[in-house]
Design a protein around this ligand. Structure first.
Ligand code: IVH
Length: 680
């Protein structure tokens, strides 16, 4: 009986191998693919899955052996078990003070406390995540969009710094080791004709389809953090770095433990000075709170941790001349002046545009066309003009007059009045939003397909512009009803690329409510607010029903969503064009309700409100504790509230309102008891 089953499995396997061989031959020997990339990848996976399941299946044509073949045009996408996040940037002392202040506030620490940081040079390469099981290297992923990476195991395996088997003690059962893949500057010299900089060379080499080619380029790996882990017995970052070394990884020799902003700055200047002597590019220093238990308490905001920051090295400056000033119209209608400058090389990058930020900035610095200016470029931030050389100014030069109408649609522009600061906004905006203004509409669509929103592969900014010109798209819903026949006749498009585009669009028809809300590009509703809204609204129907709402203040009683956001949401739903877009999108998408973080935490379905000062724990941390345990936070006392938690000097009105509604009033201690936390 078993034999018969095995025979069937083997037959099925060999049929797949035969097909695989045929596709490879037509691709490599005849340069004529007879199958879509995605189907090719699925077949390859099916074979690998079968081999994993049944050890008796082997073939020298298997994709696990025949590395000489290009395994696939697109690598397999794999979800990171713990997302690979990015870091917020700091540029100066104030940013660092602010970073530390936020940590102190969140942890409710006294000024006399001192936080220990692991200060690590930030290598400018490409990050990778290496999964080890019982000390054995199993799978390696690229960062991808942070949520999903590409399976580049074969290529990573060629890097000598990546141990295939870990040695030493204290090994966890499972761990994703994360670090940077990079090329040494001395070795980049031989590659400089092919790539603009070492970072591009590392990225290009790592994503080579043929691992043999990857092996030819000397890649290095330095480890610095981890993602998922099981049975990891380490309590701080520095100890972790020490363990990494014992396990066989290279770690940065310049890593340090430091305390206090002054020391961070001292170390920053020292490193900046010796930067040129180091044989690989570093673009700053990463500071991480050393203690893992504090890291855990601090958690994340949007897609960056609260417990770490990248202190960038100072910018490079160059002198250039302003050729003209263009006014760009952004997604929210903001008119942004951009200086077209005589191209200059700033720190290895040719710069020909510099932002002038807004109307006020131009008048403050009195920036004019033909002025000689100093332009600054810091890391990946857009270059900007820092000063004007007045001595070089032409006698006949005239003040720049900022347009008062939108350069795209001719509508009126306004500066919003901020009721909190009692000042007018520095930014002038076109009032014709909601797809009435061409430039705003294009930018809205670019945002809609961008990485953090619908993330449609193969539909980048340039293609959106091109499709707009060809009248293929006017509104977001048009993306899901594209005329593929017309596209396949366009220059630069072939059957395969059209099929790929169609595939990636089809795939993205399923989306979570928070991503959907974010992708609409409602002003003041970024990723975090979109998450808050979708958690509160629970399902897409409630979101669509907002069109019927009269008083938004009553309905959106969400902690973290303030007046500005509510007004903006209201404005969005009062616009008829937006409502049509929503209706059309609703027809072609499958929008899923939000998954709760921790569905069955101990505070499930309970709504809390804090009033008064808490002891030893900040309001922000208390709120995040509620959310981590599936509870919710309200911003006002209402019938829906379950607990009012009172600290020192609570707001009397809140307490009496809660009493009259028979809402349970508890102390901080009682609240912490609910979570089994004894003290702070
Ligand atoms: S820690 C959540 N440590 O910087 C913490 N990152 O913008 C994530 N990088 O994509 C990263 N050196 O490629 C960390 N010592 C270091 C690093 C480092 C370089 C890169 C990494 C990441 C980016 C964050």
């Amino acid at each position: 009986m078993i034999k018969k089953v095995n025979f069937k499995i083997k037959k099925n396997y060999l049929e797949k191998i035969k097909k695989f061989k045929k596709y490879n031959e037509s691709y490599y020997n005849k340069s004529f693919p007879i199958i879509d990339d995605s189907d090719y990848d699925s077949l390859k996976n099916e074979i690998l899955e079968l081999e994993k399941k049944y050890s008796f299946l082997t073939s020298n044509q298997s994709p696990s052996i025949s590395v000489g073949y290009k395994p696939s045009k697109n690598f397999n996408k794999v979800k990171h078990r713990i997302p690979m996040l990015s870091l917020n940037n700091a540029f100066d002392r104030d940013d660092l003070i602010n970073f530390e202040k936020k940590i102190f506030n969140f942890l409710s620490l006294k000024k006399s406390n001192n936080i220990e940081y692991s200060a690590e040079p930030k290598i400018d390469g490409v990050s990778a995540s290496l999964y080890y099981q019982n000390g054995k290297f199993i799978q390696g992923l690229s960062r991808g969009d942070g949520v999903e990476g590409e399976d580049i195991t074969e290529n990573l395996s060629t890097i000598k710094d990546i141990p295939k088997i870990l040695k030493g003690k204290n090994l966890p059962d499972e761990i994703d080791i994360r670090g940077e893949v990079f090329i040494k500057n001395s070795e980049f010299k031989n590659l400089s004709e092919k790539f603009a900089n070492p970072r591009n060379a590392a990225s290009g080499s790592l994503r080579q389809k043929d691992p043999k080619k990857t092996k030819e380029i000397p890649l290095n790996f330095i480890a610095y953090t981890y993602g998922f882990s099981k049975n990891l017995n380490i309590s701080n970052q520095f100890e972790f770095l020490k363990n990494l070394k014992d396990w066989g990884f290279k770690v940065n020799k310049l890593n340090k433990i430091l305390k206090g902003v002054d020391n961070l700055i001292k170390n920053h200047s020292q490193l900046e000075e010796i930067r040129k002597e180091i044989d690989f590019d570093i673009d700053g220093i990463v500071y991480k709170v050393n203690d893992f238990s504090l890291q855990k308490r601090l958690g994340f905001v949007a897609n960056a941790p609260r417990w770490a920051i990248a202190h960038k090295f100072s910018a490079n400056n160059s002198i250039s001349e302003i050729l003209k000033i263009e006014i760009q119209v952004g997604r929210t209608g903001a008119l942004t002046p951009v200086a077209k400058i005589k191209p200059v090389n700033i720190g290895g990058v040719l710069v020909s545009n510099a932002t002038l930020h807004n109307e006020d900035e131009i008048s403050r610095k009195d920036i004019r066309i033909n002025d000689t200016v100093t332009v600054e470029r810091a890391g990946d931030v857009i270059p900007h003009v820092i000063s004007v050389d007045l001595k070089k100014r032409d006698k006949n030069s005239k003040k720049f007059i900022f347009p008062k109408v939108c350069p795209s649609c001719g509508s009126m522009t306004i500066k919003d009045y901020n009721t909190v600061t009692k000042k007018f906004d520095a930014v002038r905006r076109c009032i014709n939003d909601g797809y009435g203004c061409e430039k705003i509409a294009i930018e809205k669509i670019k945002h809609f397909v961008s990485k953090e929103a619908f993330n449609i592969d193969g539909l980048g900014k340039k293609i959106v512009e091109n499709f707009w010109e060809l009248k293929l798209i006017r509104y977001p819903q048009d993306i899901f009803n594209l005329d593929y026949k017309k596209i396949s006749n366009l220059d630069g498009w072939g059957n395969l690329s059209v099929a790929n585009l169609k595939y990636s669009i089809e795939q993205k028809k399923r989306i979570t409510l928070s991503k959907f809300i974010y992708s609409l590009g409602i002003r003041h509703i970024g990723q975090e607010n979109a998450k808050l809204l979708s958690k509160y609204l629970k399902n897409p129907i409630n979101f669509f029903n907002l069109r019927e709402i009269e008083n938004f203040n009553d309905i959106l009683n969400i902690d973290g969503i303030g007046d500005t956001q509510i007004k903006s949401i209201e404005k969005f739903f009062k616009n008829k064009k937006n409502l049509t877009v929503l209706e059309e999108l609703r027809k072609c998408l499958i929008i899923s309700s939000e998954k709760e973080d921790l569905k069955n935490g101990v505070l499930k379905d309970k709504i809390f409100l804090f009033t008064g000062k808490l002891q030893g724990i900040s309001r922000a941390e208390a709120k995040s504790l509620v959310e981590k345990n599936s509870g919710k936070i309200a911003s006002n006392v209402s019938r829906k509230l379950n607990f009012l938690i009172i600290g020192d000097k609570p707001t009397k009105r809140k307490v009496s309102e809660a009493k009259s509604l028979n809402i349970k009033i508890i102390s901080q201690l009682e609240f912490l008891k609910m979570l089994n936390i004894k003290d702070f």
